[in-house]
Design a protein around this ligand. Structure first.
Ligand code: GCO
Length: 483
């Protein structure tokens, strides 16, 4: 820590915020946008809390200029957003839709005018429904459709983009979408999830090659990596933790970085495994330039057979977190520890686990530039009578995790940037509008935006970084990381 209490980051460090198309844009049937699997899923009764949909969301499609102005006042130098595939290629094939492209092109104009570097993700879960009708990600053809969309998009917008992220959190697309059924398309079939897992990775590899063929831009992928701790030393709990970590992390990191799926997971899934064709793993392990890491909370995992013992130790079973998933793949349960602070999502807050995760990643795979592409929390925010929104819990969360990132940098991990999830309160998937992750409050009835106290805190934090005398930078004291 520097003496004035500000954790110091390298001068080139990228400061940003993140959003995703379906969560903020609205305007779902304007300017030729096609249907996505999330339109269908959210309109299906019982799938999303309160029947919420992304039909209007934050109305960012019409208010993007105001949102870019808020980013400018925040002082960020990069903005992570996603491009809605069905907006630019409504049926998931064929020529691009010029009206959909125009929206992103105007967004890029505004970002450029405010010196904010665009950091687009090519897929954040809004698959064109016409591809969903043909099996979605469980169908191999979707990977080739994705590569075609990316090829066309990069030739249309390419010169304006210096870094592309192919996919956001393919674990969620595959496992929440096809095994747990909590996300679109809502299937509950482990073989379909394994096929989706493989086809998403193949889509990533094909897209990375398409981008390389068309431009000099850097290419990466964003994963939601888990920091998993066994609930006890009992061998059953340890096995459950290993398999959980395998499903969450190694099923993606191993093929991307080592060119193979993990043997223990392949044994576990047996006949449900996806068909892997010759050359697939070489495509998937195409060398990438950076890795995006989304991180929110640690996972404590025990064996289902030991629930009674775990409860006697004071744990409670976390039924909301990935319900059923591990039942279908291994006998594991997520548990919560007594006395831990949780966010409104019920996620435990333990920033030091982010430092460990980043160090382990570097040690177990290879050094690679990393961006923290999402980190943040949902909170029971409200607008006070004087119009302000005070969210000290979020400020503490962000500060703790920034210290954790600084700790990883001090330990030699090449972390290059940090994006708060999220710029705006938005549509939180199956939980609709019930969870507010924004540093800006959105009044969903009027669309009005109100920066929360954490927005001003982040603004001041970024500004303080720019004022740091760099030669005095001192690594943070790990013992000062709040737990
Ligand atoms: C994600 C999601 C975000 C969520 C956030 C909070 O990438 O998981 O991309 O869309 O809103 O993670 O759950």
């Amino acid at each position: 820590m520097a003496t004035d209490g500000v954790t110091v980051f390298p001068p080139s460090f990228v400061w940003g915020t993140a959003t995703a198309s379906y969560q903020i844009e609205g305007a779902v049937d304007e300017d030729g946008r096609g249907l996505s699997i999330w339109d269908t899923f959210s309109r299906t009764p019982g799938k999303v809390l309160h029947g919420d949909t992304g039909d209007i969301a934050c109305d960012h499609y019409h208010r993007y200029a105001e949102d870019v102005q808020l980013m400018h006042e925040l002082g960020i130098n990069s903005y992570r957003f996603s491009i809605a595939w069905p907006r630019v290629q409504p049926e998931g094939k064929g020529e691009l839709n010029p009206d959909g492209l125009r929206f992103y092109s105007e967004l890029l104009d505004h970002l450029e005018a405010n010196q904010i570097v665009p950091f687009p993700t090519l897929y954040h879960w809004d698959l064109p429904q016409s591809l969903g009708d043909q099996g979605g990600w469980s169908s191999r053809d979707t990977a080739y459709r994705f590569a075609d969309y990316v090829d066309k998009l990069v030739s249309a917008l390419g010169p304006r983009i210096s870094q592309w992220t192919t996919l956001n959190e393919p674990w969620c697309s595959a496992w929440l979408g096809y095994a747990v059924g909590q996300h679109a398309p809502g299937e509950t079939n482990v073989s379909a999830a394994l096929a989706a897992n493989h086809h998403l990775l193949l889509a990533h590899g094909l897209a990375a090659q398409a981008i390389r063929a068309r431009s000099d831009a850097e290419v990466g992928i964003t994963l939601n990596l888990a920091h998993v701790t066994p609930a006890s030393d009992d061998p059953l709990d340890r096995l459950a933790a290993t398999l959980t970590e395998g499903n969450a992390n190694r099923m993606f990191l191993d093929p991307l970085f080592l060119g193979d799926y993990p043997a223990d997971m392949m044994d576990l899934y047996g006949d449900a495994r996806a068909e892997i064709k010759e050359g697939d793993l070489a495509t998937i392990s195409t060398v990438i330039d950076f890795l995006g890491v989304n991180y929110y909370a640690p996972a404590i995992v025990g064996s289902r057979e030991r629930i009674a013992e775990l409860q006697a130790l004071g744990y409670c079973v976390d039924a909301r977190r990935t319900p059923n998933l591990l039942d279908m793949t291994a006998s594991a349960v997520h548990v919560k520890r007594p006395g831990f602070t949780s966010t409104q999502m019920g996620w435990e807050v333990e920033p030091a686990t982010l430092t460990e995760l980043l160090c382990n990643l570097r040690d177990q795979y290879r050094p690679i530039p990393i961006y923290i592409t999402e980190n943040g929390m949902s909170n029971a925010d409200y607008v006070r009578q004087d119009g302000s929104v005070l969210d000290p819990e979020r400020t503490a969360y962000l500060e703790g995790h920034l210290r954790a990132v600084a700790g990883a940098i001090a330990a030699g991990v090449d972390v290059r940037g940090y994006y708060v999830w999220s710029l705006l309160d938005n549509f939180e998937w199956a939980l609709g509008y019930s969870q507010r992750f924004g540093i800006i409050w959105v009044d969903y009835a009027t669309g009005e935006r109100t920066p929360k106290a954490s927005y001003y805190w982040y603004r001041d934090f970024i500004a303080a970084q720019a004022r740091q005398p760099r030669e005095c930078s001192v690594p943070p004291d790990p013992s000062s990381i709040p737990v």
